[in-house]
Design a protein around this ligand. Sequence first.
Ligand code: PLP
Length: 401
Amino acid sequence: VSRFEGVTMAPPDPILGVSEAFKADTDEKKLNLGVGAYRTEELQPYVLDVVKKAENLMLERGENKEYLPIEGLAAFNKVTAELLFGADNSVLKEQRVATVQGLSGTGSLRLAAALIERYFPGAKVLISSPTWGNHKNIFNDARVPWSEYRYYDPKTVGLDFEGMIADIKAAPGGSFILLHGCAHNPTGIDPTPEQWEKIADVIQEKNHIPFFDVAYQGFASGSLDNDASSVRLFATRGMELLVAQSYSKNLGLYAERIGAMNVVCSSSDLAARVKSQLKRLARPMYSNPPVHGARIVANVVGNPALFDEWKAEMEMMAGRIKNVRQKLFDSLSAKDKSGKDWSFILRQIGMFSFTGLNKAQSDNMTNKWHVYMTKDGRISLAGLSLAKCEYLADAIIDSYH
Ligand code: PLP
């Protein structure tokens, strides 16, 4: 008899499981709008030209494969913090940021969760309702208690700003407030600059600690600076904060697992102490991070020609998604005779659109139309082409009514 008899079958992952189901479907019309990965108009995966150029440079230099330090590649850590805060930000000049290379966004979040578990016992993390599904897994596995704050208002398919503020106010003082830096996943709904100010006010009043998840810098608006404005607003106020970064989307480095955890502290001494503890947490978990993606980022950002090319490619990707968003809206508005207002689609930002389809309707999208998507009604516009917008609009209208 096996020693593993007590192990039950785990359910498929709600996001990555969608790709598995998509692969198994043999219908020609099938469309994978589940996972957030950028595709070309031909629906093919895309490797950025700047990434290939950086990899060529790396090959020519004949770089070795020795271990990185626990905190990662120094050249990467420098540029990643500069991209996030802006090179002339006082938090960097005053050396108040502890930056550690992480295993992309997920690994960086997990490392921060371990820091919270160790140094803030009992402190709660507040996450938006809804949020990216993996946030709950990350805090559960790190044994960090969490609860939700209101975010999405189904009536307006917009932000429930009053609810959000009330729930952040009601949280026990000193809680961590998880915020999506830009392009909120799954809703595509971001606070306005005025609303960000108000959110910062309440967080300061309550002595909470803001914890940003930045998975789409440059990918949402096409501008690295615009997409970092929420984080910079908080840093400029002199607040202490946590920021997880990912290069999965904006550099298309999904499988390289490259990102970083940044902790802004009120002094350089504290930042050094926090960094030493982040290293101590990382060492028994994964020892040290992978080098390849870190070198790509350091080469792209550190080379002015490649950096400019990257920005152009990011604008191209963000632009393609915006075009698809517009076409989907146009198709829905033209085809739907019910008088429903679809303009919420145009107000959303980033790679996703939150359609408002419920679970049964999302099931109809998949079962009848072979459109694969998460059951919360989210579709990835990055996996959609202009050519498929009409078909998708038919599927959505059929599923809604
Ligand atoms: N955070 C959010 C909100 C995301 O949407 C994602 C990716 O979909 C991530 C973090 C992390 O992704 P990765 O671990 O690939 O960087």
